[in-house]
Design a protein around this ligand. Sequence first.
Ligand code: GNR
Ligand code: NI
Length: 170
Amino acid sequence: MTIKPLIILPDPVLRQVSSPIEQVDDAVRALSTDMLETMYDAPGIGLAAIQVGIPKRMLVIDLSKEDEDRKPQVFINPEILQSSDERSTYEEGCLSIPDYYAEVERPARVTVKFVGIDGKEQLLDAEGLLATCLQHEIDHLNGVLFIDHISRLKREMVIRRFTKASKLRA
Ligand code: GNR
Ligand code: NI
C-alpha cells in the first residue's frame, strides 16, 4: 500500500484519455488500494487513476463523513448510460487543482454501468453528490477537468495561476 504523488495542473498527463482495463487482476486490485489510500490521505471524496499518472479507466469514491465508517467504492471502465435533463449545481474542487473551487452544473442523476473490484458488471443509479462525483471522475478518464465546465475567463485565470506556480516549483 502506497500513497502516490498527485499530478497537478497544468501537467499534460491530465489531458490523456485513459484506456480500458481488460482484466481485474492483482495489479488492478493493488492500484485500487493505492488510489484509496492516496484519496484518504489527501483527503478527497474521489480519485481517478490518471491523477496518480496511470492512464487506466478506474476511479475510486468514498462519500462517508469523517465520523462514519469508510465506504470505499471502486469503478472500473465506468460508462454513463443515461443522464437526467434535470441539472444540479455543486461547488466542485479537484485534487489536481488544489485550493480552487467553482460551481459546476451537471445532470442531477446518472445511470452508470461499471465493473466492480469483484470483476462483475453492475448498474448504479446515482443522484446528489454521488452523481456529481461520478461525472467529475469519469471526465478525468476522458482528459476533462471541472474547469472545462466553467467560463473561459475563469478557466484561463486558473490555468495561468497554476502554470506560474509550476514554473516556480520546477
Ligand atoms: O475531493 C473532491 N471533492 C469534490 C467535490 C465536489 C465535486 C467533485 C469532487 S472530486 C474531488 C477529488 C478529485 O479531484 N477527484 O478527481
Ligand atoms: Ni478531480
